[in-house]
Design a binder for this molecule. Sequence first.
Ligand SMILES: Nc1nc2c(ncn2[C@@H]2O[C@H](COP(=O)(O)OP(=O)(O)OP(=O)(O)O)[C@@H](O)[C@H]2O)c(=O)[nH]1
Ligand SMILES: [Mg+2]
Length: 380
Amino acid sequence: MVWISRICYRKYGNFVDNLRLYVRGGSGGMGLPRLGGQGGKGGDVWVVAQKEITLKKMKDKYPQKRFTAGVGANSSVQALRGQKGEDQEILTPPGITVTDDNGKALGELNHEGDRVLVARGGLGGSYHSGFLPKKAQARIIRLDLRLIADIGLVGFPNAGKSSLLTALSHAKPQIASYAFTTLRPEIGTVMYDDHKQISVADLPGLIEGAHMNRGMGHQFLKHVERTKQLLFVVDVCGFQLASKTPFRSAFEAVQLLSKELELYKEELLCKPAVLVVNKMDLPGAEHKLTELQEQLQTPQEFSHLLPEDMVPKNNVVFRHVIPISAVTGLGITHLKTYIRQSLDEDASLATESLHRDKLQALRGVVPAKNTLAWGSSPSV
Ligand SMILES: Nc1nc2c(ncn2[C@@H]2O[C@H](COP(=O)(O)OP(=O)(O)OP(=O)(O)O)[C@@H](O)[C@H]2O)c(=O)[nH]1
Ligand SMILES: [Mg+2]
């Protein structure tokens, strides 16, 4: 176990999902008292989202992790108003939350081209400042990456999450018959005939006690926070991490996964969820699936199967339970169609409710306008 976690730690070292940087705006230029000249303002430091960048690349390129903008030019006889210092742009991948060192949010970069100002340059010296430049802003900031994908896969190790991602998309994640094969999140794209694309995030396996930092812990769950829907993936035959740990049936796996999500952030359980029951090609799978479906009907009757503190407060209500085999391809087309349909439905519901809200806002404004018109035109 120690051995596994050491490897995990070492390999996870290659995937960077947060960074702490020092940023400083450029100092302002000196004013010119003799002629009333104004020094140039120092450049600002911006964080800008760009798709090709990863935090790992950033860290490798800037090991010092210090970013300073250009200084403003001094006022001179040739140029009484000094030139502004050059801005510094820190390129990051989309999906970044920027905070200061105390955790105060400075902004979010969700799409390519989004930008957040993180350090202002100092003002140039002028008459008001006795021709002395103002100090630039300097601080430590944190960049925290949360992957953005339509669907997030959650499941125990070996459930077949990566195999499923391979069956659904062209992604080539590592697949093996040992636990914790996936050590870093990976995104695959599911393509449809009409060129619509859906992104699916494959995450490292979760185990019971992840909230106590067992296995890979909860560190990856932040990556499902921004996904629109969750796919719970379970092995129909259940799972046992090691000979000394208890065997968990598919039903128990569902309960334990729900509990770990609940302990990380209860809101995650409000996301639309689909249960994918994998490895349906194995002998006895049909019988086990029937048993699982029965247990899901009345989960409270089976709460004795788990320690009390591992029973979720609320049971996840799955939109759909889909049996599949990631290896033989059974059920994959159905799953692919279903997730598309489910995302499309949610998108149109969201649009409808947005329109409704807009309409209501407009209706709220119209009577007020009428009252004003009548009141303000007594001559009519
Ligand atoms: N029989 C059968 N085996 C499967 C199926 N799907 C996956 N497997 C096998 O199960 C093992 C684990 O598969 P992975 O896709 O690596 O599982 P994972 O959930 O990504 O595992 P972690 O990355 O460790 O969390 C591999 O040996 C796969 O070949 C299936 O539908 N049927
Ligand atoms: Mg995997």
